[in-house]
Design a protein around this ligand. Structure first.
Ligand code: ADP
Length: 205
């Protein structure tokens, strides 16, 4: 086994349901879910880093690569030290990182990506509607304005979608994002359960 974290990526446009699915997945033994959106939202909004996050996310822009990856590394290390994340037995489910080609290059030093779940969402309009609904429910400033939502979708197309080309097509699995949370989770587990089982065998040796 390599000493990099064994991981899978949850991938998809804003509004495709990564957050909901990541949380469900994180409740299954053997998966450890890290969402960089949640990581950023736990920052004190008055701290230096919190202000940096606010200034980008409120416009629907990505936080600069180096800041993001550095914080993600610290966060992951801290969770490991506290034995919440157990890299020897847990498969890391990364949600929201890498989001640019530059992040992908850095992350590959630390993470062995065993599979990618690409949540393929319905029409753009459907996603915009989902994001607006969530903004109302969760009081998320980044999704409250329609221009910000449109910008987030543009940024996804321009900066994040090319991340998929950085991986061997054989590990990228498309899963239908339309359906109930249970139905979508079913599609995801069809992909991930065999990957998890193959890694557990390696660990057991
Ligand atoms: P989404 O609803 O698109 O999944 P997230 O909750 O994952 O949004 O992220 C919220 C915000 O946090 C993003 O708009 C961005 O500003 C910032 N962010 C999260 N992950 C990253 C990342 N990997 N790189 C840069 N910025 C990020």
């Amino acid at each position: 086994m390599s000493d990099r974290y064994q991981a899978i990526l949850l991938f998809g446009a804003p509004g495709a349901g990564k957050g909901t699915q990541g949380e469900l997945l994180g409740n299954i033994p053997g998966f450890f879910h890290i969402s960089t959106g949640d990581m950023f939202r736990t920052l004190d909004r008055h701290s230096e880093l919190g202000k940096v996050f606010d200034s980008y996310s409120s416009r629907g822009e990505l936080v600069p690569d180096e800041v993001t990856v550095d914080l993600w590394r610290e966060y992951t290390k801290a969770l490991t030290t506290l034995s919440k994340f157990k890299p020897r037995s847990d498969l890391l489910a990364l949600d929201g990182i890498p989001r640019t080609v530059a992040q992908t290059e850095i992350i590959k030093q630390y993470v062995d990506v065993r599979g990618i779940v690409h949540l393929v969402a319905p029409s753009t309009e459907e996603m915009v509607a989902r994001l607006q609904k969530r903004a109302m429910e969760q009081k998320r400033v980044d999704d409250a304005k329609i221009e910000v939502i449109r910008n987030r979708l543009d940024v996804y197309e321009r900066e994040t979608r090319p991340v998929l080309d950085q991986f061997d097509a054989s590990i990228v699995h498309e899963v239908n994002a339309l359906g109930t949370p249970a139905e979508v989770l079913g599609g995801i587990l069809q992909v991930l359960a065999p990957i998890q089982a193959s890694i557990s065998e390696l660990v057991a040796k």
